[in-house]
Design a protein around this ligand. Structure first.
Ligand code: NAI
Ligand code: COI
Ligand code: MG
Length: 358
């Protein structure tokens, strides 16, 4: 049966990088005879410009009907960033919550060819392969009440609510424990249980769940220490599980260990394995339109999509091997450039991956 993939290019570098991922997907479709069809829709600023809203009903309907979604990135200085992303009913967060994509997998893997691009010394980072499991549809990004209010003394006050229910913690815990079981058997739960009650509950539930996973070694770490440990000795981690905001921040930090945020893919999954796949970075307005963005995080997200939502493991493996081959050839976009390597554009990088696949 034909599978339907919805591509949401978004804004800024989004259209540039998704175009390269689509070329790669078309190539594996032909090579492996995949029964997939592609459709596109607007989200973010491009949707505001066309329809006045960041998440048009048509886009949400198409997303609901698709077997998997590949997203570039949304946002930019032209649009109100809260409209774009943060208000739960809108934009990217509306898409994530509307589809119940609570399980965000963000693998931070250092390709050995990029050791020189990492911000850490080779001996600290070589062989790095960690998985950050981030809760994606709850926590402070969604908690109510939220807003800006005027106090009696006339001063304005901004407020948000950090809330997690037990069931939300359990379902992300399950994703993390299962992932740890399949990988190195180590899970570090990151919280701020010395200050925030919500994360005291988070820690308690992780401890309870650990009884069902005797093969997984569970540890706990406060988020401030976790940020420090990530840049001090990242290989101590195997799987990390944390809430929405902490995971957002820690994964950007982890990105630099791999050389660039342009290398970090992600999968956002619902309970049945339906998913949206996107690079961890944003729309990079500072480099949009210049043809210099790194498309590899999006191409690697497409590989995750084939593996997790379409069960096309061979095609996914082929894409990942092609990315590795291109790096072997010394081809680098600006963000991962190092001495002796050949600088290529976004399009040239996409073309090189396609050539490596052939
Ligand atoms: N998933 C999404 O759609 C996300 C959207 N955003 C939105 O993106 C806009 C920009 O946000 P920023 O905080 O600047 O984060 P950003 O991730 O877009 O950019 C941060 C830095 O990384 C660089 N960068 C990002 N992706 C790159 C790539 N593929 N190749 C080379 N360099 C890359 C950018 O040039 C910039 O210097 C904002 O409107 C923000 O709300 C931010 C994060 C995620
Ligand atoms: C709207 C933001 C939460 C997007 C973001 O920074 C992310 O998902 O990494
Ligand atoms: Mg982020």
């Amino acid at each position: 049966m034909t599978k339907h993939i919805l591509i949401l290019p978004g804004d800024g570098i989004g259209p540039e990088i998704t175009a390269e991922a689509l070329k790669v997907l078309e190539c594996v479709k032909a090579r492996f005879g995949l029964a997939v069809e592609f459709d596109q829709a607007l989200v973010g600023g491009s949707a505001i410009d066309a329809h006045g809203v960041p998440l048009p009903d048509e886009t949400l309907d198409k997303a609901r009907g698709a077997d998997a979604i590949l997203l570039g990135a949304v946002g930019g200085p032209k649009w109100d960033s809260l409209d774009m992303a943060i208000r739960p009913e809108k934009g990217l967060l509306g898409l994530r919550s509307g589809l119940q994509l609570f399980g965000n997998l963000r693998p931070a893997i250092l390709y050995p060819q990029l050791a020189a691009a990492s911000t850490l010394k080779p001996e600290v980072v070589s062989g790095l392969d960690i998985l950050i499991v981030r809760e994606l549809t709850g926590g402070i990004y969604f908690g109510q009440p939220r807003g800006v209010r005027t106090l009696e003394n006339g001063e304005r006050q901004g407020y948000n609510t950090y809330v997690y229910s037990e069931s939300e913690i359990r379902r992300i815990g399950k994703v993390a424990f299962e992932a740890a079981r399949k990988r190195g058997g180590k899970l570090c739960s990151v919280d701020k249980a010395n200050v925030l009650e919500v994360t005291v509950l988070w820690r308690e539930i992780m401890q309870e769940m650990a009884k069902d996973y005797p093969d997984v070694e569970l540890s706990h770490m406060y988020v401030d220490n976790a940020a420090m440990q990530l840049v001090r000795a990242p290989k101590q981690f195997d799987v990390m599980v944390t809430g929405n905001m902490f995971g957002d921040i820690l994964s950007d930090a982890a990105a630099m260990l791999t050389g660039s945020i342009g290398m970090l893919p992600s999968a956002s999954l619902d309970e049945n394995g339906k998913g949206m796949y996107e690079p961890c970075h944003g729309s990079a307005p500072d480099i949009a339109g210049q043809g210099i963005a790194n498309p590899l995080a999006t191409i690697l997200s497409a590989a995750m999509m084939l593996r997790y939502s379409l069960a096309e493991n061979e095609a996914a493996d082929a894409i990942e091997a092609a990315v590795s081959r291109v790096l072997d050839q010394g081809l680098r976009t600006a963000d991962i450039q190092s001495e002796g390597c050949q600088r290529v554009s976004t399009r040239e990088m996409g073309d090189a991956v396609v050539a490596a696949l052939a």
